[in-house]
Ligand binder design. Structure first.
Ligand code: IPM
Ligand code: MG
Length: 339
């Protein structure tokens, strides 16, 4: 599902690298691809984003590989709510997993970045993203708007559990982030959930940070993090910052994970459709390619996932001085590094 803008340029590169990596791995896997159009073009033509029938159809797939959505010709929110959020909610993508790693040889805008290697586990189906709220007295000086943040024990617990499990496979350090000095209702629900799950993971060191403080530490001490778990909106904001300090949004991958097994997970670069550079082969497909690696991992192909990650790291290590390469050239170079 390439979507809009540079999504249509980076998705083919990810598929190129994925299919090549599978071929080389000797894994007995054959892909069957379906293609769905969810784009500004379609919306202009038909008024449709993703239909309910398509959402049902998507359930028969093992995974969804997504490019980007959003276009200046469409009112802000129409494509976002109608496409990516419709899938995250409709397919129950409880966990939005966003790794952040400063790869060797890759420049960071930070003067002394140190080692950066953490993952953000962002809650994916609740918080301020649910669309609860509305406007009244519209276009009057007394207009009211509410955007209600929805937080359930159920939704927080499955996200927090996932984060603890993740921490157990890593450096066993979990930072949960909120703003519970102000948002006391949701914040203390998060706290109680974290405190109720933590005893099951005595080996994981847990600490709490306010979201504003976390943005500061992401800049002046990003090495402190191993696993960050947080709500939908804080996670959105923190992961753009995390991408920036690890070399840019062109490298940041993500997985929207259905952790209940009731539908396919969705893998996408964190970046948007970048209409300013779309159609010019200027986009870096690396984030999309790393998202394909996350997808391979979730499809039970860890060897393929590792191979893709290795090829990306090798390419990144030698990027310096190569000059500008087109989207397809980067995809080809990474595919060639697979073996
Ligand atoms: C992201 C994006 C989306 C979000 C938009 C496109 C709806 O910013 O995946 O981080 O806010 O979650
Ligand atoms: Mg975002």
């Amino acid at each position: 599902m390439p979507g809009d803008g540079i999504g249509t340029e980076v998705v083919p590169e990810g598929l190129k690298v994925l299919t090549r990596a599978v071929e080389l791995s000797g894994e007995p896997v054959e892909f069957e691809f379906g293609q769905f159009e969810a784009s500004a073009r379609r919306w202009h033509e038909t008024g449709e984003t993703i239909t309910d029938a398509e959402l049902e159809d998507l359930r028969s797939y093992d995974a969804i590989y997504f490019g980007a959505c959003g276009d200046p010709s469409v009112p802000s929110g129409v494509l976002e709510r109608g496409i990516i959020l419709k899938m995250r909610f409709g397919l129950d993508h409880a966990v939005n997993l966003r790794p952040s790693k400063l790869f060797a040889g890759n420049p960071s805008p930070l003067a002394n970045p140190g080692e950066i290697d953490f993952v953000v586990v962002r809650e994916g189906t609740e918080g301020s993203y649910t669309g609860q709220g509305g406007n009244m007295r519209v276009d009057t000086p007394a207009e009211v708007a509410t955007e209600v943040s929805v937080n359930t024990w159920f939704g927080i617990e499955r996200t927090v559990r996932f984060a603890f499990e993740k921490a157990m496979t890593r450096r066993r350090k979990l930072t949960w982030v909120h703003k519970n000095n102000v948002m006391v209702h949701a914040g203390h629900l998060w706290r109680r959930v974290v405190e109720s799950v933590a005893p099951e993971y005595p080996d994981v060191a847990v600490n709490y940070e306010h979201a504003d403080a976390c943005t500061m530490y992401l800049v002046n001490d990003p090495s402190r993090y191993d696993v960050i778990v947080t709500d939908n909106l804080f996670g959105d904001i923190l992961t753009d910052l995390a991408a920036a300090v690890t070399g840019g949004i062109g490298l940041a991958a993500s997985g929207n994970l259905n952790v209940s097994g009731t539908g396919p997970s969705l893998f996408e670069p964190i970046h948007g459709s970048a209409p300013d550079i779309a159609g010019q082969q200027k986009a870096d497909p690396t984030a999309a390619i790393l998202s394909a690696s996350l997808m391979a991992e979730s499809l039970g192909l860890p060897v393929v996932a590792k191979a893709i990650q290795g090829a990306v790291e090798a390419d990144l290590a030698e990027r310096d001085g190569l000059g500008a390469r087109s989207t397809a050239q980067i995809g080809d170079a990474i595919a060639a590094r697979l073996g």
